[in-house]
Design a protein around this ligand. Structure first.
Ligand code: G3P
Length: 217
């Protein structure tokens, strides 16, 4: 499973990238606003830092505007993936950009039928929003399972990018449900490798080792 960071915070991205476990980055207009920086500057810096796909989202809502913004965002760096919303115009723009060879991440997906349309439009990634479905009393993970089934039924190669991932449990369940990638905030990334039994076990091993008086080197 590929792990993407859902952040535009350079310090957080650098720290996570140092583990060698980060395969890409996703941003959205809210994350760019939070960074307080110009989108072109922050996307260029992230693209130089992380060699994998970096999603940069268009904000136009009409086809022509999305195409113009998408082409501009794609010109920033060769690893930019253009992010478009799952609307009628977004899918039309997705088809055009995909035909031009631009990878597209179709975002704000809340149903398996929407995901089916994104695959037909040539999306490289589909982003189902797990946490926001859960927020509304629905089962976000069921959506991942449904999309996996639909894509496997028809051999679609669009990659399922579990988004709006809020917890380590979401990450585990998305992996079990067959998501190809998961995009997670740095706080969740930093929690992924932690387990209280790992800490307790390590402390016990080190205590016993110290009692031997040995050193390995
Ligand atoms: O970037 C899209 C998605 O991951 C946003 O997550 O937590 O704002 O619902 P969230």
């Amino acid at each position: 499973m590929q792990i993407f960071l859902d952040s535009a915070d350079i310090a957080d991205l650098k720290a996570a990238a140092a583990t060698g476990l980060v395969d890409g980055v996703t941003t959205n207009p809210s994350l760019i606003a939070k960074s307080g920086r110009k989108i072109a500057d922050v996307i260029a810096e992230i693209c130089a830092l992380i060699p994998g796909p970096v999603s940069a989202e268009a904000v136009a809502t009409d086809v022509e505007g999305m195409l113009a913004e998408g082409r501009y965002l794609r010109s920033i760096a060769s690893n930019v993936t253009v992010k478009l919303p799952l609307t009628r115009d977004g899918l039309i723009a997705c088809r055009t950009l995909a035909a031009e060879g631009t990878p597209v991440n179709v975002t704000l997906c809340f149903s398996a039928v929407q995901a089916l349309l994104a695959a037909k439009a040539g999306a490289t990634f589909i982003s189902p929003f797990i946490g926001r479905l859960d927020d509304g009393g629905h089962d976000g993970m069921e959506l991942i399972r449904e999309i996996r089934q639909v894509y496997d039924n028809y051999g679609y190669e669009t990659r399922i990018l579990a988004a709006s991932v809020r917890t380590v449990g979401h990450m585990r369940d998305a992996a079990l449900a067959g998501a190809d990638c998961s995009t997670i905030p740095p706080s969740v990334f930093n929690a992924l490798y932690k387990h209280p039994l790992t800490d307790l076990g390590l402390a016990a091993f080190l205590k016993d080792w110290a009692s031997t008086g040995q050193s390995i080197l």
